[in-house]
Design a protein around this ligand. Structure first.
Ligand SMILES: [Fe+2]
Ligand SMILES: [Fe+2]
Length: 278
């Protein structure tokens, strides 16, 4: 990959990896153990009251499109299954890290998650809940930048404001890599599956030949529409143009965008009222 040396140079400056909390790590270990069932994992989460509360808060934040409230971890396990549960755990931990590190990024991320879910359902993509989680996590590289690379973060913000650049263009100009590379690197360290990590890596650099291109296209478009809906703050005030190859990969034309945005708008009313604290 052409950006790899820049990325290696950048991550070598990170002394300590942004860590998942101990209780999440313990449950990840349980998930990896042989013979573990979704029920066993559900019971372990349910025993941890703080973690259960966080998981249920996220499940009920609308990003999985559930229309009735999910009242218990056991219910969440049945609805989501084992695969989605692993990503949900990381998403739960990441939601509070994103919210505290980068004001405005969590509402933008949740908006992107909901739109990714709508897109996945409309276009019949596999595992819409995993794509929704990718939407929640897509800009987590900005959290890494804000919390672990303060000098680089200041330089990026300066370039955004002084040159009116998109955040990703300011990153490329000042560091040679973007938050998409940094986020994909972190999520791979956190052992998220490739179908979640690869679309995040490509969400600003769509490549029709890259792995999971259709999911990357959905995430690319969901991010742009989330910006157009104007919820939260992704760190700049410009809206990039959708890559026509991404629209083609999804089978979406420009006339489809307006009804898509209308559907998203109807599902974002709570976020417009500012009710999206992580
Ligand atoms: Fe991004
Ligand atoms: Fe974004």
């Amino acid at each position: 990959m052409k950006d790899e040396p820049h990325l290696q140079k950048l991550v070598s400056k990170i002394v300590r990896l942004p860590a998942l909390p101990d209780n999440v790590l313990a449950i990840q270990r349980l998930i990896r153990a042989p013979d573990t069932t979704a029920e066993t994992v559900g019971q372990a989460i349910a025993r941890d009251q703080a973690l259960s509360a966080q998981v249920l808060k996220l499940v009920n934040s609308g990003f999985y499109g559930f229309t009735t409230p999910v009242a218990s971890i056991a219910h969440a396990v049945v609805l989501l299954g084992f695969g989605a549960l692993k990503t949900l755990l990381v998403s739960t931990a990441a939601a509070s890290l994103i919210g505290s590190a980068f004001p405005g990024l969590y509402p933008h991320s949740l908006t992107c998650a909901r739109i990714a879910f709508i897109l996945a359902r409309r276009q019949g993509l596999d595992e819409p809940d995993e794509l929704s989680a990718a939407g929640l996590l897509h800009d987590i590289g900005k959290m890494v930048l804000a919390t672990h690379l303060p000098e680089e973060y200041e330089a990026v913000k300066k370039a955004v404001h002084e040159r009116n650049l998109l955040f990703m263009d300011a990153e490329t100009a000042t560091m040679g890599v973007t938050h998409a590379d940094l986020g994909a690197w972190l999520l791979a360290q956190w052992r998220l599956p490739a179908q979640t990590v690869e679309p995040i890596r490509r969400h600003h650099a769509f490549d029709p030949d890259a792995p999971f291109a259709e999911r990357a296209a959905a995430l690319h478009l969901a991010d742009i529409l989330a910006r157009a809906e104007g919820v939260g703050d992704p760190g700049d005030s410009r809206i990039p143009r959708p890559d026509p190859r991404a629209l083609a990969a999804l089978g979406i034309g420009l006339p489809d965008i307006r009804p898509l945005m209308d559907e998203a708008f109807d599902q974002l009313t709570d976020l417009y009222s500012g009710d999206a604290a992580a």
